[in-house]
Write a protein that binds this ligand. Structure first.
Ligand code: PGA
Length: 251
């Protein structure tokens, strides 16, 4: 049985007040999930400590949205994977399309970050996904497989249990457009086949879908055999929506 995971990517949204309101509401509702779904909260880094306090003893997980490709030193403004582990993170997100597009992160930089995350003892949540142009050119699967190949190059097979991959078609992020459940399933299957060819125990790895997941489409997506939960942006900032999405992953 693969772990079902629903992760909240707050992106650069939120405040101390939101931490105090939203996190206890999620925590309370998560009890009804009976541990069938792992819930991960990924706030902006400045709020990690506050979210950690609100989550204390709850069994919910904490993640950082980005880490540096270095472990320490003269890199003003950066935060390392080791620091994220030190303040109690379980996961580090890497490869999000906003980092790729707005901050110029290449597959090679992402591979360095994956290495830092693993050596710090954290779990990796790696995002992959094609742009609309790449999909329309018929290259979606090739792009996604290349992103996974490069990011995971050098990762030991034994570390597969610490890798979660989120397939997020770039054209579906924050746009209200979602991949159909069939299209998303087809990509997840292709990705699992690729992970297996890379030597990983792919059947044991959780593959999440992300991109405009909402309470009304989560059920159909999560019912697909190769979709093991979701990475949620906009809807993760609304307690009721996020909780409904977590419930859909349990069903
Ligand atoms: P969205 O974002 O749910 O707002 O589309 C998903 C993501 O970028 O992780």
């Amino acid at each position: 049985m693969r772990r079902q995971i629903v992760a909240a990517n707050w992106k650069m949204n939120g405040s101390s007040e939101l931490v105090r309101e939203l996190v206890p509401a999620i925590r309370e509702s998560a009890v009804a999930l009976d541990n069938a779904v792992e819930v991960v909260i990924m706030p902006p880094s400045l709020f990690l400590g506050g979210v950690k306090s609100e989550l204390s003893g709850s069994g919910l997980s904490l993640g950082i949205q980005n880490i540096a490709r270095w472990q320490e030193g003269a890199y003003t403004g950066e935060v390392s994977a080791g620091m994220a582990a030190d303040v109690g993170c379980d996961y580090a997100l890497v490869g999000h399309s906003e980092r790729r597009q707005l901050f110029g992160e290449t597959d090679e930089v992402i591979a360095e970050k994956v290495a830092r995350i693993l050596e710090s003892g954290l779990k990796v949540m790696l995002c992959v996904g094609e742009t609309l142009e790449e999909r329309e050119a018929g290259n979606a699967e090739a792009v996604v497989c290349r992103q996974a190949d490069v990011a995971l190059k050098g990762v030991a097979a034994a570390d597969a249990r610490r890798i979660v991959i989120a397939y997020e078609p770039v054209w579906a992020i924050g746009t209200g457009k979602t991949a159909t459940a069939d299209d998303a399933q087809a990509m997840h299957r292709a990705l699992r086949t690729r992970l297996s060819a890379l030597g990983f125990a792919a059947d044991e790895m959780s593959l999440l879908y992300g991109g405009s997941v909402k309470p009304d489409n989560a059920g159909a997506l999560f019912a697909q055999p190769d979709i093991d939960g979701g990475l949620i942006g906009g809807a993760s900032l609304k307690a009721n929506d996020f909780i409904a999405i977590c419930q859909a992953a349990k069903a």
